[in-house]
Design a protein around this ligand. Structure first.
Ligand SMILES: Nc1nc2c(ncn2[C@@H]2O[C@H](COP(=O)(O)OP(=O)(O)OP(=O)(O)O)[C@@H](O)[C@H]2O)c(=O)[nH]1
Ligand SMILES: [Mg+2]
Length: 461
């Protein structure tokens, strides 16, 4: 996929200006490339930060820099790495990269440093993926889950399961290898029990994973309701912004307005929509259509009702009926005013029942109840279970492979339980399950999968 014996260079810090910027070189020739760039007295010492300057030579751009040499294998990539911290000016950093290119390095591809770390055994695939997740994290909880994965939480859990499978496989193989002794290293009942135990371990991982995925990927929450009930006001209150226009004119919002916010650690993409009503205005009508589409892809819909209005309107009923099968919360807004519908709204006249645990009373004006609404959103999205800060599995690729591995074990269990299938069949299933686990941590993985994983990274990582 990538050559690995040459030196690669990239700016490791974000684009733009900053206090400092870091250029990183990795490869066997990193030290000599650094020597051609830096004006220093002797070779860089491993693990020492050396304050020096860029060589003058024919170059116009100069700077004072700090260079750090990480000698193989004690570096991020496992190769010799030199990191040069200069002032965070794009001009200086680009010049540094050009100096490295002139000295024989080539530009790194996205994720190539981490790919080398993976190839050199510094990180397994799960940990390499965690690096990208950590960099992409939008909430502290996402960062925590990514870091746990980076530290090897998932790798360890997979390792424990694999050790069980390995032991089971070895015993079955021994029984097969010495059939004449008439001795079974493991009897069918024990085999079946142990396979069941591993299936249960997978189940625990998968239950954990649905929460982990919610944390990693976030969720879309769409605010719906009649015009003027205060959807945009709630959007602004939840996001702590003034992104959406609020007026007392019906039909103020026409487009979808989105903002990604942190609610209880979840990266929630909040969507404000046009109010539901029949209208002759073609712009507003398009807005109503877009609102309906947004509801269809939402993980959670907030149906906002005007709590100060004693009536339930047809548009309210239609919305409640449309979303009855969806995860939703019914929000009574304007509770700073008289609230005739407060808390007792259990049966909508149309017959669509709204369970009281779906109800939240708020005032977008006084912010009363907004924290409760945040809490309800997290509860609804996380299935009522409070989010702990540990979820070992969150990545769809891992989840799919665990599901496959589990499938092989179910087949193995059925084969043992039937008592009719030869031990070879059971062994094949166990081995297939193990190779799925190997794919997770990257012991065997196809080039396509690797390419897909490392493409996600930014350059310099
Ligand atoms: N008293 C009171 N007024 C509110 C509250 N929330 C919103 N309003 C007012 O209700 C009016 C409509 O608010 P918006 O947030 O624009 O309502 P909307 O649902 O987005 O309306 P459309 O975009 O037209 O569908 C504005 O005058 C707000 O100031 C509230 O909690 N209490
Ligand atoms: Mg609005």
């Amino acid at each position: 996929m990538f050559a690995t014996d040459d030196a690669i260079v990239a700016i490791a810090t974000p684009q733009g200006r900053g206090g400092i910027g870091v250029v990183r070189v990795s490869g066997a020739s990193a030290l000599s490339i650094a020597a051609s760039i830096l004006e220093s007295d002797g070779p860089l010492q491993p693990r020492h930060a050396t304050f020096t300057r860029l060589r003058a030579g024919t170059r116009t751009v100069l700077d004072e820099v700090v260079a750090t040499f990480f000698q193989a294998p004690h570096s991020y990539t496992g190769q010799d790495v030199v990191e040069i911290s200069a002032h965070g000016s794009p001009v200086v950093l680009n010049d540094l990269v050009h100096r490295a290119l002139d000295a024989g390095a080539r530009l790194a591809e996205p994720g190539e440093f981490t790919f080398r770390a993976y190839l050199n055994g510094k990180r397994d695939l799960v940990q390499a993926e965690a690096v990208a997740d950590l960099i992409d994290a939008a909430t502290p909880l996402q960062a925590r889950v990514a870091f746990d994965q980076l530290e090897g939480t998932l790798t360890r859990r997979i390792g424990e399961i694999d050790a069980d499978l390995f032991d089971l496989t070895a015993r079955l193989e021994a029984s097969l290898d010495f059939p004449d002794e008439g001795y079974h290293f493991i009897d069918p009942e024990e085999t079946a029990n142990r396979i069941s135990a591993v299936i249960k371990a997978f189940d625990r991982l998968l239950v954990d994973a649905s929460r982990g995925r919610m944390i990693r990927e976030g969720a879309t929450v769409v605010i719906s309701g009649r015009t003027n009930v205060g959807k945009s006001s709630i959007f602004n209150a939840l996001s702590g912004t003034c992104r959406a226009i609020v007026t007392d004119i019906h039909g103020t919002t026409r487009d979808l307005v989105t903002e990604t916010i942190d609610i209880g650690g979840l990266a929630v993409t909040l969507v404000d929509t046009a109010g539901s009503r029949e209208t002759a205005d073609i712009v507003e009508r398009e807005g109503v259509v877009r609102a309906a589409r947004a509801r269809q892809v939402a993980a959670l819909v907030l149906i906002v009702l005007d709590g100060s209005d004693p009536f339930v309107y047809d548009d309210d009923r239609t919305l409640l009926a449309e979303t009855a099968g969806q995860l939703r919360l019914v929000v009574f807004n304007k509770c700073d005013l008289e609230c005739p519908q407060s808390g007792t709204f259990v049966d909508v006249p149309s017959g669509h029942r709204v369970d009281s645990d779906e109800l939240v009373r708020v005032s977008a004006k006084t912010l009363d109840g907004i924290d409760r609404l945040r809490h309800s959103v997290v509860q609804a999205l996380s299935g009522g279970e409070l989010l702990r800060d540990t979820a070992s599995m969150s990545n769809t690729r891992h989840i799919r492979l665990v599901e496959f591995a589990r499938g092989h074990l179910v087949a193995a269990h059925a084969a043992v339980a039937s008592g009719a299938a030869p031990e070879e069949f059971v062994l094949t299933d166990l081995q297939s399950a193990r190779s799925r686990l190997d794919e997770i941590v990257g012991v065997r993985t196809t080039e396509d999968v690797l390419r897909h994983i490392f493409e996600r990274f930014c350059i310099g990582k």
